[in-house]
Design a binder for this molecule. Sequence first.
Ligand code: NAD
Ligand code: UGA
Length: 331
Amino acid sequence: MPALVTGCAGFIGSHLTEALLSDGQDVVGVDCFNDNYGRTHKLRNLERALAHERFEFVPVDLARGDLEEFVAASDVVFHLAAEPGVRSSWGARFETYLRNNVVATQHLLEATRRHPSTRLVYASSSSVYGDAECYPTLETATPRPYSPYGVTKLAAEHLCLLYRRNFDLETVALRFFSVYGPRQRPDMAFSRFLHAALDGDPVHILGDGGQTRDFTYVDDVVAALRAAAEASSAPGRIYNVGGGTRASVNHVLELIAGMIGHPLEIERAPAEHGDVRDTSADIQLAAAELDYRPSASLEDGLSVQLDWTVKLRAQLVETRSQSRRASTSLR
Ligand code: NAD
Ligand code: UGA
């Protein structure tokens, strides 16, 4: 049976989709290309999957469309579609967060309710902890989100688990911690830092740069998602998925300067509302039940993201000059 991946054109969803396809799994991918970043970027993420014969793309908005037919035909739903991003969840944009995170999840759960043997793995977030009770943070810590985004991710997580308690659905929640790697969303820190550094533009540090994150490499997140789809103990559980490397923004910038071979120009901006000071995952439960072992060191993962960014920029330059040549020859 195919796996259903919602948010398949996104950063993490596109990596998961490719990993499943390359292991011979049929995949139905759903995405509506919401406007958090460019459609071209998301189409590029999907390029390899679209060329694969085992992949079917369904351009549906989960908050509106009906996915029951696809849920019925799948034994696992990986639910990654969402409005992500902590800092942009204030003000008028909150409605979009409610719609794409809470309403969309409820629609998907209603479709799954009629097919209780289909497992649903939900992409939750470290943002449900807010400024956490303790570090490293256990799954049992009281959630107290610090951003509107975190509230919507927690609400959707509760929905997943209450559908388990009411209807015995096989729902699992994975709390990812600041994920990075090739295709990282353009609003996220590493992506912004690397492009600015390669352009010779200033890098913007929000706050004093002493804030820390348990940065997690995207392939490790994909491994955790796949393990959660298989493990017999997973239904009804919440697992932290962290990278095992807690680093400050200042430290990340030192690593980037070292890799690029010149100092970065730094501009400081005030810390933004919704940003917590620290995150740190206790991953013992995922280690014990999902055999989860983060494999990438921050240095190695960052270096892969840097190489990918350099190649992407070269491709974009080539595409632009090809289209300039084509338009000149048409004149
Ligand atoms: P992303 O924006 O790259 O991918 C999300 C995808 O979902 C996008 O392609 C978007 O078009 C799609 N989408 C949004 N609303 C939709 C809807 N109503 N119907 C259909 N498709 C819709 O984000 P990402 O960074 O890959 O995040 C994936 C998931 O992981 C999200 O649920 C996010 O909250 C969660 N998460 C991400 C991180 C991280 O560091 N990136 C950390 C914790 C949790
Ligand atoms: C990330 C994702 O964006 C969320 O979708 C996700 O839910 C969250 O991780 C999570 O772990 O739950 P965030 O930790 O803010 O959120 O990730 P980054 O954008 O990589 O930011 C990391 C740090 O860099 C933050 O402290 C931020 O303030 C800082 N930053 C970011 C800067 O100093 N400058 C920038 O230009 C961007």
